[in-house]
Design a protein around this ligand. Sequence first.
Ligand code: PLP
Length: 410
Amino acid sequence: MITINENFLNLQNNYLFSTIAKKVDDFKLKNPEKKIIKLGIGDVTRPIAPVVLEAMHKAIDEQGNLETFRGYGPEQGYEFLREKIAEFDYARRGVKISPDEIFVSDGAKCDCGNIGDILGTDNVVAITDPVYPVYLDTNVMSGRSGNYNNKTGKYEKIIYIPVTAENNFIPEFPKEIPDMIYLCFPNNPTGTTLSKEELKKWVDYARKNKILILFDSAYEIFISEENVPHTIYEIDGAKEVAIEFRSFSKTAGFTGLRCAYTVIPKELKVYTKQGKEVNLISLWDRRQGTKFNGVSYPVQRGAEAIYSEEGQKQIKENILYYMNNAKIIKEGLQEAGYTVYGGKNAPYIWLKIPSGLTSWEFFDKLLNEVNVVGTPGVGFGPSGEGYFRLTAFGTKENTIEAIERIKNMK
Ligand code: PLP
């Protein structure tokens, strides 16, 4: 008899974004004349930069020519792209990462999830709370979570580390020492960051306790302030304990094209149950070689193009556009008396909900009264209750209008 991976039955099926979509659809059905503005989206809206398009068109043409046609590429990514990443994203920041420590993939989401394949299912997992849901759900799927407790809204074996206004969004060491921890900075959903000093504390803690840090810096390009690390490897010793996930999705609008990468330094050691050291990179290389056949050639050429001078200029124009929206949201909400966080080094604004409403009640209020859609904080974890996420990925015009409407809300 065929059986299933029963861990999947342990997933909470009220997936945040489908619940939101359903509420919005119901509202539209009842109010077809109302113009809804969506500031809940985590997807980019600006078109792909011309240099990327040009590089991709050229690469497509090469595929139609006998001399330049390419079939399967290297599973780890083409050398031309890995070299550019090593040079621009690391060497220029004073960090030595070699191209063969970089694994190009079709998404940071897949990498964050797939990495669990090579890690023991007995590992104790820590996540910050609120959190990007993929870290949690993929650990539920692989059986690391224990059962879900309806009362607390938490899985029994997962360590939740609150990041809220009370601790200035700086995660504190939990009572129980985990084996692996996900850190995402700049953070989705709170839009906040860690200073180098704060991140160093986590690197030191991980080294002392033989913990793996899974560092997601998908929003690195949005960093505008000094003293915010662009990569965890700016911190001494991080190569021994940290994997880094990066993505071209938000950096260059690749959410539809799909390209990302994961860095696993050669120094990074993990252990068998008997305590024997193993290099994590060799396991990931083996995993990718078996289960993954690489990102398409034209997409990798497109990603390569962002590292040209013109490419950098073009992608940064889009980032500035989004960050201008972030400013409009942040300042507008502050004028209206809201307490807001984030929005400086990330395209997310995390606002404190006034007047004792729950985050779903506030969602309904915004949708029904001013027809603006955001994301309830509790959807990202129990400590997100009382907060609400707005994103800077809309158009400027819609962003201005949405904030005006919120300002005028009773
Ligand atoms: N990591 C974080 C923190 C994200 O917010 C997202 C997307 O929203 C991703 C990863 C997914 O990136 P990708 O599009 O490369 O799969």
